[in-house]
Write a protein that binds this ligand. Structure first.
Ligand code: ZN
Length: 309
C-alpha cells in the first residue's frame, strides 16, 4: 500500500464559456483565480485554475473552456459530484446567496451524517458544499465572509457500474474504506491535505457517461515531490497500470493513468506551485504561456475569450 499520496491535488473539468466559468468560480463561489494559462495540449483554449490564495493542492478546481462545447451526458464511468468543504452552520447563508444569484439545482440533504447543499455549475456541473470541521485557511479576497468561505475540496464522488476494482485501487493508493451510505461507499485517508475523501456511487444500470461541458475530465492526487511521484509511478506500473511518462505542467509535474471504472486519474506534485512565474499578490491576472506556446501569444490574446479580472 502506498503512503505518498496526500489527498486530492486538483479537479479538472470541461466548460463552454470562459467568462461565465470565471464569473461563477470567482464571484459566486468566492475562489481566487490563481492561474490564467492555456491547455498545454490544445493551446487555443484556456486552462483556468481557481483555489485558495496560492492555489494550495487540495483546493484547486481547474477548467478547459471550449467555446460552444456541447454538454456531457451523465452516466457511469465519471466523477459525479465534486464537493467543497465549508464551515459548520454556513449552509443557510450559501443557500440564500445561491438563490439570490440564480444558481440552479439547489437541494439540501445529508450525506454520511453531514449537512450538504448540492448545486449546479454553469454547464450543469454537479457540485456540493459540505459542512465540515476544516482548519484550512480560505481565500479572503473573494467577497465571502471568512465564517462561510470555501476551505478547499471536501471530496469527489465517482459514479461507477461497480465499485470493486476501483475500490481496490484506492486502497492500494493508501485510502481506507470508512463508510457506506445507500449506494455510496466512502474512502478516506487520515494523513492527507484536507481533501481526503473519495466516494464511489454504484450505478450498475446506468449508461456510460459521455464527456462534454460540465463533465469532470480527471481527478488529480497530490504527492509532495518528484521523488514520491516516481515511487508511485513505479508501483502503479508494477501493478499493471499503463502510466504516462512524467509531464511538465509548469506548476506541477503530472502522470496520468485510466482507472478500472473509466475515470482518468493524475498524480501531481505539490512543487513548484502557482507562484513560480507570478507574485502571490498578482496570481492569475496575466495570461501565462508555457515555453512551448510562447510564440502563439499574439494570436491567443486576439482569439481567447476575454474574461473578467
Ligand atoms: Zn490535471
Amino acid at each position: 500500500m502506498l503512503n505518498q499520496i496526500k489527498g486530492l491535488h486538483h479537479v479538472t473539468s470541461l466548460a463552454s464559456g470562459a467568462a461565465a466559468n470565471n464569473d461563477f468560480f470567482t464571484n459566486t463561489l468566492g475562489l481566487r483565480r490563481v492561474k490564467k494559462t492555456v491547455n498545454f495540449d490544445a493551446p487555443d483554449v484556456y486552462h483556468l485554475y481557481y483555489g485558495d490564495e496560492i492555489g494550495t493542492p487540495g483546493s484547486v478546481m481547474t477548467y478547459f473552456p471550449f467555446p460552444d462545447a456541447a454538454r456531457g451526458t451523465r452516466g457511469a464511468g465519471e466523477v459525479g459530484t465534486t464537493a467543497f468543504a465549508v464551515p459548520k452552520g454556513s449552509l443557510g447563508a450559501w443557500q440564500d446567496r445561491f438563490a439570490a444569484l440564480g444558481v440552479s439545482g439547489l437541494k439540501s440533504g445529508q450525506r454520511f451524517g453531514d449537512d450538504v447543499l448540492t448545486f449546479d455549475g454553469p454547464d450543469g456541473d454537479s457540485f456540493a458544499l459540505v459542512e465540515a470541521n476544516d482548519d484550512r485557511t480560505p481565500w479572503s479576497g473573494g467577497g465571502i465572509h471568512e465564517d462561510h468561505a470555501i476551505r478547499g475540496f471536501h471530496s469527489a464522488s465517482m459514479r461507477l457500474k461497480d465499485e470493486g476494482a476501483t475500490g481496490e485501487l484506492l486502497t492500494f493508493m493508501g485510502y481506507e474504506k470508512v463508510g457506506q451510505d445507500g449506494d455510496v461507499t466512502r474512502y478516506a485517508r487520515a494523513d492527507g491535505n484536507g481533501a481526503d475523501v473519495i466516494d464511489i456511487e454504484t450505478v450498475p444500470g446506468a449508461p456510460r457517461a459521455s464527456q462534454g461541458a460540465g463533465s469532470v475530465h480527471h481527478l488529480a492526487f497530490a504527492v509532495d515531490n518528484r521523488a514520491r511521484q516516481l515511487e508511485v509511478r513505479e508501483a502503479l506500473s508494477d501493478t499493471g497500470y499503463q502510466v504516462t511518462p512524467v509531464i511538465d505542467r509548469d506548476y506541477f509535474w503530472a502522470i496520468y493513468f485510466r482507472t478500472p471504472g473509466g475515470v482518468l486519474f493524475e498524480i501531481a506534485t505539490n512543487e513548484p506551485g502557482f507562484d513560480r512565474d507570478e507574485d502571490t499578490a498578482h496570481l492569475g491576472e496575466a495570461l501565462k504561456l508555457p515555453a512551448q506556446h510562447r510564440h502563439l501569444r499574439e494570436r491567443l490574446e486576439r482569439t481567447l475569450e476575454p474574461i473578467g479580472d
